[in-house]
Design a protein around this ligand. Structure first.
Ligand code: ZN
Length: 62
């Protein structure tokens, strides 16, 4: 049975030490960044380390 399979959305990030949190590379500046609480709902879609990078990337694409 699948009854005791861990549920990723519940174990993701929260409560874990920073070193075990997921991380990504910013699509704009190329620096690695780590999961943050404010991204817990849309981490899958986060591409940039900050609003500033997101804004810059968007501006460059236009
Ligand atoms: Zn960045």
């Amino acid at each position: 049975m699948l009854g005791d399979m861990p549920r990723p959305e519940r174990t993701f990030g929260g409560g874990r030490p920073p070193s075990q949190r997921p991380s990504k590379t910013c699509a704009h500046c190329g620096l690695p960044f780590t999961w943050r609480k404010k991204w817990e709902r849309d981490w899958d879609t986060v591409k940039y380390c900050s609003d500033r990078c997101r804004a810059s990337a968007k501006r460059r694409a236009e």
